[in-house]
Design a binder for this molecule. Structure first.
Ligand code: NPG
Length: 369
């Protein structure tokens, strides 16, 4: 196919409630969408980067610049461009996985819409509904956390992930376990701990957690391996997993027993599929993470999570957990499940009036062939 037009669409979506992690508090999402027009039709993708480089190196201003200056020129001059060749064409650009994922997603959406194929079918999905959970940020107090978790359970969420950091870990976990003995609960540290915390983190083993996610720094596989050996609780890697090779190295190092897949961190849904296939072959359970995406990015995440190797509930919640108004038709949760979209491509349509009302900034990228 050939790329005829690329448009960048940036829109700020206020979050329903602030979301605090060990790397900062977010009150809204700086959403970046990529809209492509090709000779086969149009497609949309989302770059799930942050406004600031606090989760990983990427941030939205940089993603836009990279798309405009390097990625679109590389794709525009790729002979016989297909969704399957996007990652290869962009491999020369180091980093910027969210920018790359957005372009691949948009081209895949265009291609699959033209072929009337659902993304879930294209990837090899086996479920029409996926199990989901809710990710709960760090709160002012343990009491506030218990109340917030209770309200999500009241909405029907069956799995809860809480964010932890030094000073907010064992106590909130113990309180939730006391209050909700049967709750499917897991924790995520976003790399907030150091090797000196190994023994302290060991205390979490008493609370029957589904997993502990990314306690140590991105490049600290040895500490993750030590914790994996020390704990009964599964250890999951998120930020450390940036490519198929990094997964192979993490597994060889014994640095985890579970892998979190994120489209915007691995550089695209097709790389996620490759990591999924490797993990399935090796018997390593995977699950789908989220980056507070709009309906565009979440549609891709849901399709991915319909693959057979996804065994833990996903960090993909209903639209109303994030935003008052989404950029697509809202995703609605029932019984802690979301339906896999049934339409071709991503299976969602952009709500142009939502983009307009929310003051989206739109800009065309020059496509030189
Ligand atoms: O439901 O999308 C969601 C949020 C899940 O906690 C979540 N995401 O570190 O995993 C994370 C965190 C995150 C949010 C990471 C935004 C990066 C950006």
């Amino acid at each position: 196919m050939s790329l005829e037009r690329v448009e960048l669409v940036r829109v700020y979506l206020p979050l329903v409630r602030p979301f605090r992690t060990s790397f900062g508090t977010q009150t809204g999402r700086d959403i970046l969408l990529v809209h492509v027009e090709t000779d086969a039709g149009e497609g949309w993708g989302e770059a799930a980067a942050h406004a600031e480089p606090y989760y990983n190196e990427e941030f939205v201003d940089a993603s836009m610049l990279v798309i405009e200056r390097f990625a679109v020129p590389a794709l525009a001059t790729t002979p016989e461009l297909t969704s399957g060749s996007v990652a290869r064409s962009l491999a020369r650009i180091k980093g910027y996985p969210a920018a790359k994922a957005a372009l691949e997603m948009a081209i895949l959406d265009a291609e699959l819409r033209a072929g009337k194929t659902r993304l879930a079918d294209h990837l090899g999905g086996v479920r029409s509904k996926i199990e989901v959970g809710v990710s709960v940020g760090i709160t002012e107090s343990v009491g506030a956390l218990v109340d917030l978790v209770a309200s999500y359970l009241g909405e029907g969420y069956g799995r809860v992930k809480i964010k932890i950091e030094p000073g907010f870990d064992v106590e909130p976990v113990a309180a939730l376990r006391r209050e909700f003995p049967e709750l499917a609960l897991q924790v995520d540290a976003n790399a907030a701990y150091t090797p000196e915390d190994l023994d302290h983190l060991g205390k979490l083993d008493a609370y029957d957690l589904l997993m502990i996610e990314q306690p140590f720094a991105v490049d600290d596989l040895p500490s993750h391996a030590a914790l994996t050996r020390q704990l009964r609780t599964p250890v999951c890697l998120d930020e450390s997993v940036v490519s198929l090779r990094s997964v192979e190295q993490a597994l060889a190092a014994g640095a985890c027993t579970v892998i979190n897949l994120k489209v915007g961190r691995l550089g695209g849904v097709l790389t996620c599929k490759a990591v999924h296939d490797l993990c399935l072959e090796r018997g390593v359970p995977v699950w789908c993470g989220g980056m507070l995406e709009s309906g565009v990015g979440r549609a891709a995440n849901i399709a991915l999570a319909s693959l057979p190797g996804f065994v833990y509930p996903a960090d993909i919640s209903a639209s109303d957990r994030y935003f008052h108004r989404d950029l697509t038709e809202p995703f609605v949760m029932a019984n802690s499940q979301l339906d896999v979209p049934t339409g071709p491509g991503l299976g969602v349509d952009i709500d142009e009036s939502s983009l307009k009302d929310l003051g989206a900034l739109r800009r065309d990228v020059t496509v030189h062939r």
